[in-house]
Design a protein around this ligand. Structure first.
Ligand code: HSE
Length: 426
């Protein structure tokens, strides 16, 4: 029987879930893997929380140094979140020769180059399955199982909070503000929900996933980002009439022209498999040249779903002594040879609140025509407030720069009130 000593840094939701899985399944790991996994130490300021999980007081460490110098500890699990002090603790662990398992997407996304260099130098493992899409095993699918492919694209719903909010807005016709408040009460959204609703959390995850998928470093700073706070239930309802569902999508494409990476709300066809990923569920839809389409679906957050990914990494670490690192040059910045496409192509949904006058539609179409934008679908709804008429257009594929110029021109045309919404259509 091989003994594996584990220390857990942080006993919040994920740390607690990890501890429970390890203790509840300990006989299973002995029987099926020949591993006696023992939680030797925890770092948690809230002593009561540790004790309430059944952890002996003697195992509550006073400092990271105490854990790093404990010869019984082989693997350190970092589930604290945020950059500091998590980064200093992970570097200390690696420099002490301990392998690290982390769920920290912000830390891994921003500093994996430094963490990995330190792990290599000290011949340690560095595992991060839990950093992206919680319990959904997408990292190892990319690093191992999908190696028979050149991955062409990925489409992901990789933030549960925003998916919950958009699902509720669509089902209940409620406003963004109302649903956000409800999400906070239910504990889905944080008191400061910016990381989720403004798309940062999804950007960190997309940086990690697209680097692995496309075998080149995709720094988060290269990713276009737009959150969901401007989405209105009016647009969700028009989208529904036209056969679309709105999602916060993380999009990665590897084309001959370069890499395209973006996080923004988008309409997708109701028939697309991602359209039925609802509530706080996550999914990643990958297209490889051999396998074609694959969709991985499940819980992207939560105590046991994320704990499941962490425990999977602990067992992988304990059973694979030859550590493998990033399958690309893991530098802070992108390889200078990598080209990132900023003026990407997309179809667009436009909602224009127009004056109810003859010639308005032709004025709009002539502005769109000036930039080579053609229309695929149009709805002219009934007269709205003060004689204004909502005009909803779905365009054919065009360029981001073209749509921006067309929107600016429409907004400056006197007989047209304003473009009230621009949403990409995937
Ligand atoms: N806040 C994240 C989400 C969970 O809502 O998906 C952990 O990444």
């Amino acid at each position: 029987m091989k003994k594996v000593g584990v220390a857990i840094l942080g006993l919040g939701v994920v740390g607690g879930g990890t501890y429970k899985i390890l203790t509840e399944h300990s006989q299973f790991y002995k029987k099926n893997h020949g591993l006696e996994i023992v939680v030797e130490s925890v770092l948690e300021r809230n002593k009561e929380r540790a004790l309430s999980l059944g952890i002996e007081e003697s195992k509550i460490a006073g400092s990271i140094a105490e854990i790093c110098s404990n010869p019984e500890v082989d693997i350190i699990v970092e589930v604290m979140g945020g950059v500091e002090p998590a980064k200093s603790y992970v570097l200390a662990a690696l420099n002490a020769g301990k392998s690290v398992v982390t769920s920290n997407k912000e830390l891994y996304c921003k500093y994996s180059h430094e963490l990995e260099k330190t792990a290599k130098k000290n011949h340690c493992g560095l595992f991060y399955e839990a950093s992206c899409v919680g319990g959904v095993p997408v990292i190892r699918a990319l690093t191992d199982n999908l190696q028979g492919n050149v991955i062409k694209s990925m489409l992901g719903i990789i933030n549960g909070t925003t998916n919950y909010i958009l699902t509720k807005m669509a089902n209940a016709g409620a406003s963004y503000v109302e649903v956000l408040e409800e999400a906070k009460k239910l504990g889905y959204a944080e008191a400061n929900p910016s990381a989720d609703v403004d798309g940062y959390d999804a950007v960190y995850k997309l940086s990690i996933l697209s680097s692995l998928a496309f075998h080149t470093k995709v720094p988060y700073t290269e990713i276009y980002r737009e959150g969901i706070s401007e989405i209105s239930s009016v647009d969700i309802a028009y989208g529904k009439q036209l056969g679309y569902v709105i999602k916060l999508l993380a999009i990665g494409k590897n084309t001959e022209k370069g890499i395209e990476v973006r996080v923004h709300p988008a309409f997708i066809k109701v028939e697309h498999p991602l359209a039925s990923v609802n509530d706080s569920f996550n999914a990643v839809y990958l297209t490889g040249d051999s396998v074609e389409d694959v969709m991985l679906y499940g819980r992207g957050a939560g105590a046991k779903p994320t704990g499941s990914a962490i425990v999977g990494d602990i067992i992988y670490c304990a059973t694979h002594p030859n550590f493998v690192y990033s399958p690309f040059e893991n530098t802070e910045k992108a390889d200078p040879a990598t080209k990132f496409i900023k003026n990407f192509e997309s179809a667009y949904y436009l909602r224009i609140v127009a004056a109810d006058k003859a010639g308005v539609l032709s004025k709009v179409t002539s502005i769109l025509g000036k930039y080579g934008i053609s229309m695929a679908q149009v709805i002219q709804a009934k007269e709205g407030a003060e004689g204004a008429v909502p005009l909803v257009i779905i365009t054919h594929e065009t360029y981001e720069n073209s749509i921006n110029k067309a929107v600016a021109d429409i907004n400056s045309a006197s007989e047209i009130a304003k473009v009230a919404a621009v949403i990409r259509v995937v």
